[in-house]
Ligand binder design. Structure first.
Ligand SMILES: NC(=O)c1ccc[n+]([C@@H]2O[C@H](COP(=O)([O-])OP(=O)(O)OC[C@H]3O[C@@H](n4cnc5c(N)ncnc54)[C@H](OP(=O)(O)O)[C@@H]3O)[C@@H](O)[C@H]2O)c1
Length: 245
């Protein structure tokens, strides 16, 4: 299937490891001009060189970063962005009783404001070009709360409402926006949470954690011309983990 992505431009937040890196790699293979952003400058530079893409360091959770990082990527590419992937590190785990106001606020800045600021910044050019793809990496926790992830469970559910709301405002401009819900996928984040195949495999119908490439395949499709009539959706890549329909 020809995704007709060759020559398109993309910015992938959190693109130096895990799901973001897999998406950047998949886009590159489809001929997209990709920029990745993550905090660790050494790793960003190494991964950008490895993948043959552009990259620079930045922290999406800082106030206003969503806007400045989009502007920096646009300048680097010398052209406006066709595809934006909002993605960042997972918020601090914990139970409700143990979660302080400061932790809630940093979770909000990280998961929400980076999303709001970056999308507001890319939309004018996408509208002018009458083409755009916005992919929001969230979590299966947005649909079914997961144990010990109070911030993720709460804030990500709200983001699905925002994704659907934006989709209605921009659909006539040729812009689609969808949420991608990773299930348990083999990345550093899972290692940090102490999750591996032995722990989670038996609880997943597929019997194993996902591979980041399996997740990135959905991102490439949703970014493509072929997905032009799919918008406002929340789509899981989870080996059958979610029970909801
Ligand atoms: N893997 C899973 O099974 C799974 C399941 C459900 C949801 N998710 C969610 O999906 C997202 C990506 O997960 P992942 O597994 O790919 O995580 P990961 O392996 O920890 O990778 C996170 C990436 O984001 C970058 N990053 C982290 N914080 C950032 C920040 N403030 N600003 C800019 N870049 C930042 C990291 O690089 P630096 O550290 O250098 O910044 C890295 O490139 C997370 O929000 C995670 O909670 C993952």
């Amino acid at each position: 299937m020809d995704f007709k992505l060759s020559g398109r431009t993309a910015l992938v937040f959190g693109g130096s490891r895990g799901l973001g890196k897999a998406i950047a790699e998949e886009f590159k293979a489809e001929g997209v001009r990709v920029v990745i952003v993550a905090r660790d400058p050494t790793r960003v530079a190494r991964v950008a060189a490895e993948l043959g893409v552009e990259g620079f360091s930045g922290d999406v959770s800082k106030p206003g970063a969503g806007r400045t990082l989009v502007e920096q990527a646009t300048e680097l590419l010398g052209q406006s962005l066709d595809i934006l992937v909002t993605n960042t590190g997972g918020p601090a785990p914990g139970a409700f009783a143990a979660t302080t106001a400061t932790t809630w606020q940093s979770g909000f800045d990280n998961l929400w404001m980076s999303f709001v600021d970056s999308i507001q910044t890319v939309l004018p050019a996408m509208r002018q070009n009458r083409w755009g793809r916005i992919l929001a990496v969230t979590s299966v926790a947005a649909r079914e709360p997961q144990p010990g992830l109070v911030i993720s469970n709460s804030l990500r559910a709200g983001l699905l409402g925002l994704v659907n709301t934006i989709s209605r405002e921009v659909a006539r401009d040729g812009i689609t926006i969808n949420a991608l819900l990773p299930g348990y996928t083999n990345t550093d984040r899972m290692a940090e949470l102490g999750v591996d195949d032995a722990v989670m495999g038996p609880k997943i119908p597929a019997g194993r954690l996902g591979d980041p490439k399996e997740f990135a395949a959905l991102a490439a499709f949703l970014a493509s011309e072929r997905a032009s009539y799919i918008t406002g959706q929340a789509i899981a890549v989870d080996g059958g983990f979610l029970n909801s329909i």
